[in-house]
Design a protein around this ligand. Structure first.
Ligand code: PMP
Length: 398
């Protein structure tokens, strides 16, 4: 058996079952939003009575809040090993971070068609070129090189791990290719950051975006880590207080990043939670985290392989690195029927649909699918419950 690696919120949650009674919730939906770590809950509880406007007030709670907010930048920088010329901008979530960067990119952006909509749609602003991924990683990289060489681009924007299949992209290689072609690289780390250690300096990543709520902290705070020159040259993302050095009746001198892009009163509690998640995750033994996740994902794949008509999705034939996400279709059933059945009859939470990746699902020829995703609070009993529930569904005469 494989035990949870961390205590997370909702781990003892009792949920009602359709036929009456209740059972403990089996959360297999970490990729949508991960439950809060115990340390994150403690931090928010500590911070809550002290929250106050940052940067402005002189009172004690304001000073504590300001220290907490500014100190959070160090936690994020440490977590991803940011370089000296990278700044940490706090946003609402990954979508917000990518839209912010899209307002700063001085040229066109190249993306793959497998991206989450958050890493497809914002780039329309300055010109977006979409490369269709091939059925191997090697061939996909050849297509990207051809596109980047044929026409100059300012940015290559790629996900760190697919939110549909969990397959991990070869970031170091992609960063080298982007740089050789005169472009910079952004990594959408919404799905990668909760599963793998990220090292911006070692991997040559110029820009990185992720969300607190997928990193075991509640909603409302996200991060854009990025090279200062583009962020300082661009118009502020939001105009308003806090983003300025000096305002006159007919003019304004904007501050540099990060303040330049953080107008308005910030989400101190969200940022405190995100920073605590970075500190806690940063202190984990990542070899153990990966071993835990690999063991559970293999158990799930093996269990599903025994069930006739359950078909896992895969983008590439040659991918070897996959985070704890397994997405599948079930012959004869709509994805939403399967997900509703798992929840109502077995207390298991998964996600169904198209995962905000319509172009990828269309290319894979799949209308919709069911996604099971694993995190630090997952145990082998959650996996076994899912496999047994699917077996029961398939064995029940329709
Ligand atoms: N990118 C990826 C790969 C994601 O999985 C998600 C969330 N599903 C996002 C971006 C968007 O994240 P958020 O909703 O927190 O902005």
């Amino acid at each position: 058996t494989i035990a949870p690696l961390a205590r997370v919120s909702g781990c003892d949650l009792q949920v009602p079952l359709v036929g009456g009674g209740a059972c403990t919730y089996a959360n297999l939906d970490y990729a949508a939003s991960a439950p809060a770590l115990a340390q994150v809950i403690d931090r928010v509880q500590y911070q809550l009575p002290l929250y106050a406007s940052v940067h402005r007030g002189a009172g004690y709670p304001s000073r504590v809040s300001t220290d907490c907010y500014e100190g959070a930048r160090d936690s994020v920088a440490r977590f991803v090993n940011a370089t000296a010329d990278q700044v940490i901008v706090f946003t609402r979530n990954t979508t917000d971070s990518l839209n912010l960067l899209a307002s700063c990119v001085p040229g066109e952006t190249v993306v793959l068609d497998l991206e989450h909509h958050a890493n497809l749609l914002p780039w329309n602003k300055n010109g977006r070129r979409v490369v269709v991924a091939a059925d191997t990683i090697d061939e996909t990289i050849r297509c990207l090189v051809a596109e980047l060489c044929a026409h100059p681009a300012a940015l290559l924007a790629v996900t760190g791990a697919s939110n549909v299949t969990g397959e991990v992209l070869p970031i170091r290689r992609l960063a080298d290719i982007a740089h050789q072609c005169g472009a910079r690289i952004l990594v959408d780390a919404a799905q990668l950051a909760p599963h793998r250690r990220i090292d911006l300096a070692a991997d040559g990543i110029d820009f990185l975006a992720f969300s607190g709520h997928k990193l075991y902290a509640p909603f409302g705070a996200g991060v854009l880590v990025g090279r200062r020159d583009w962020l300082d040259a661009a118009e502020p993302y939001l105009a308003g207080g806090g983003a300025v050095r000096e305002v006159t009746t007919d003019g304004v001198e904007w501050a540099c990043a990060p303040e330049r892009h953080e107008a308005g009163s910030p989400n101190v509690l969200g940022v405190a939670a995100l920073a605590q998640a970075c500190d806690t995750l940063g202190g984990l033994d990542w070899a153990r985290v990966q071993e835990h996740e690999r063991g559970l994902a293999e158990r799930l794949r093996a269990g599903l392989a025994e069930l006739e008509g359950v078909r896992p999705l895969r983008i590439w034939r040659d991918s070897t690195e996959v985070v704890g996400i397994v997405t599948f279709t079930v012959d004869g059933f709509e994805a939403r029927e399967v997900a509703a059945y798992l929840s109502a009859e077995h207390g298991i939470g998964v996600r169904d649909g198209r995962f905000c990746a319509h172009p990828l699902l269309a290319r894979l020829g799949v209308g919709s699918a069911v996604r099971a995703s694993i995190g630090l609070g997952t145990s082998s009993s959650d996996i076994d419950r899912l496999v047994e529930a699917l077996r029961t569904l398939l064995n029940t005469p329709q």
